[in-house]
Design a protein around this ligand. Structure first.
Ligand SMILES: Cc1cc2nc3c(=O)[nH]c(=O)nc-3n(C[C@H](O)[C@H](O)[C@H](O)COP(=O)(O)OP(=O)(O)OC[C@H]3O[C@@H](n4cnc5c(N)ncnc54)[C@H](O)[C@@H]3O)c2cc1C
Length: 426
């Protein structure tokens, strides 16, 4: 009579072991019962992680998205997508869902030195960050989302093992780290964060309402700083639903008393730094909470490892004033999921050489460099009083003015042609 006992592991199939092996194998097997197996596991369901999960699931890849928060909570982050970001979004296949949930502006006016110098057709859209992330999350199949925190990870060039806050374990060929600014897992993976510009800018978000009339005369308006002394980059007003949202970007010390004054009297301090606003938008009041958030620019070091790839803020932050963070997260995800992950899964192993191809992707590298340059250029353009930068400010004023005049002439011409056509019809 055979002394072997048959065990059935869900992942390995039946195994025949001798009685002396039974206890040891049972322990492994029981642990294994609690372990999910997948091809790709994504830690963090912010914009980057959720978009990656939605794209991979759509492509039929076995993917698991993990985040402790079942629904992304209200959070002051990116609130507006511009035309270039919408273009990248289109390459993720998520544009229709997001644009349906967002508010497009009808037109955008640009003011420099207190004067509207250009009017463009509406090309950007406003959406609260939580709505953006939750909309993208809804594109992820329910069984591909696990509400838990990733407590620890062990990675290698073959399989990645994650331990979760709910006691489960996950085994995957590839870990996509999309945990944003969170530090926990980075330390375990030996990833260093190199701050390249501490407190690079401060973002301030609030709602405004017109006083003594129902609506503002504009749909979206961006007013650039009137003087470097104000330490303002610009304020952007844009619609989100029925509300007019304001994002003000300033360069100040975190402990600057100005920030306290702003919180206490936002309307008055806004008019103090941008006095022409009262003519540009008329009487207004600030409504609801004022959110103030500083941002450091950092890059990651030690990320070229087997088994794990970093996307979005987990890889590097960008300046909110430059309005590039969401674009960067989406660019990472679109290159990773459209090109690299399908290639990586098609062959065995997940070594550092494979992963490096993503970090070396020319399109990603060019976009990352563009984001960083834009962050520094905007800061100098807003603050630098040396001749070349003063000249740049005036050059932009002239450029916007010329473009604005051209557009206005075109509109007049089209209007005249339309009225000629109409009068000849009647
Ligand atoms: C104030 C502010 C204003 C901004 N404005 C703009 C703008 O106007 N335009 C623009 O383009 N960009 C802007 N940005 C930048 C943009 O919002 C970010 O770059 C982008 O949201 C990053 O997305 P992400 O998915 O990488 O990170 P996040 O959205 O932070 O997602 C990280 C996720 O990881 C999860 N997580 C963390 N740790 C764990 C763990 N251990 N286990 C599981 N899950 C975990 C978190 O719960 C979270 O859901 C702004 C940023 C800030 C701070």
């Amino acid at each position: 009579m055979s002394s072997a006992v048959e065990l059935t592991s869900p992942h390995e199939g039946p195994a025949r072991v001798s009685p002396t092996e039974v206890n040891w194998r049972q322990i492994i097997w029981c642990n294994d019962c609690n372990m999910r197996h997948t091809d790709v596991v994504i830690a963090g369901a912010g914009l980057a992680g959720s978009a990656a999960a939605a794209m991979l699931a759509e492509a039929g890849t076995d993917v698991l998205l993990i985040d402790p928060r079942e629904v992304y909570p209200p959070d002051f982050r990116c609130e507006k997508l511009d035309v270039s970001q919408i273009e990248i979004l289109r390459k993720t296949g998520l544009a229709d869902a997001v644009l349906n949930a967002a508010t497009p502006d009808r037109s955008l006016a640009i003011a420099r030195f207190g004067r509207v110098v250009e009017r463009r057709d509406g090309r950007q859209c406003g959406i609260h960050y939580a709505d953006l992330v939750n909309t993208v999350r809804r594109q992820v199949p329910a069984n591909a989302f696990l509400p838990a925190k990733v407590d620890s990870v062990v990675t290698n060039a073959d399989r990645q093992i994650l331990s979760l806050s709910n006691g489960e374990e996950v085994s995957a060929r590839l870990l996509v780290l999309a945990t944003g600014l969170n530090l926990g897992l980075r330390h375990q993976l030996g990833l260093a964060r190199k701050v390249i510009s501490e407190n690079h800018s401060i973002s301030i978000g609030f709602d405004i309402k017109p006083v003594s009339r129902r609506d503002f005369d504009f749909s979206a308006l961006t007013c650039y700083s009137e003087s470097p002394a104000t330490r303002v980059a610009y304020v952007a007003f844009f619609p989100i639903g029925e509300t007019t949202r304001a994002n003000l970007f300033v360069y100040r010390d975190l402990h600057d008393a100005w920030l306290k004054r702003f919180r206490a009297a936002p309307r008055e301090i806004l008019l103090e730094v941008l006095p022409s606003l009262s003519q540009l938008i008329g009487p207004f009041e600030v409504h609801g909470d004022v959110k103030i958030r500083p941002v450091d620019l950092y890059v990651t070091e030690g990320h070229r490892q087997g088994g794990v790839v970093l996307v979005g803020d987990a890889f590097a932050t960008s300046c909110p004033a430059a309005g590039t963070g969401a674009g960067k997260a989406l660019m990472d995800v679109q290159r990773l999921c459209n090109i690299y992950i399908p290639q990586w899964l098609a062959t065995p192993g997940m070594g550092a050489k494979k992963i490096a191809a993503f970090y070396d992707d020319p399109e990603k590298q060019a976009y990352d460099a563009w984001c960083t340059n834009k962050a520094y250029a905007l800061k100098r353009l807003s603050l630098d009083t040396s001749l070349p930068w003063v000249a740049q400010r005036w050059a932009r004023f002239a450029l916007h003015g010329a473009r604005g005049a051209l557009r206005a002439a075109k509109r007049r011409l089209t209007g005249a042609t339309a009225s000629v056509a109409l009068s000849s019809e009647h």
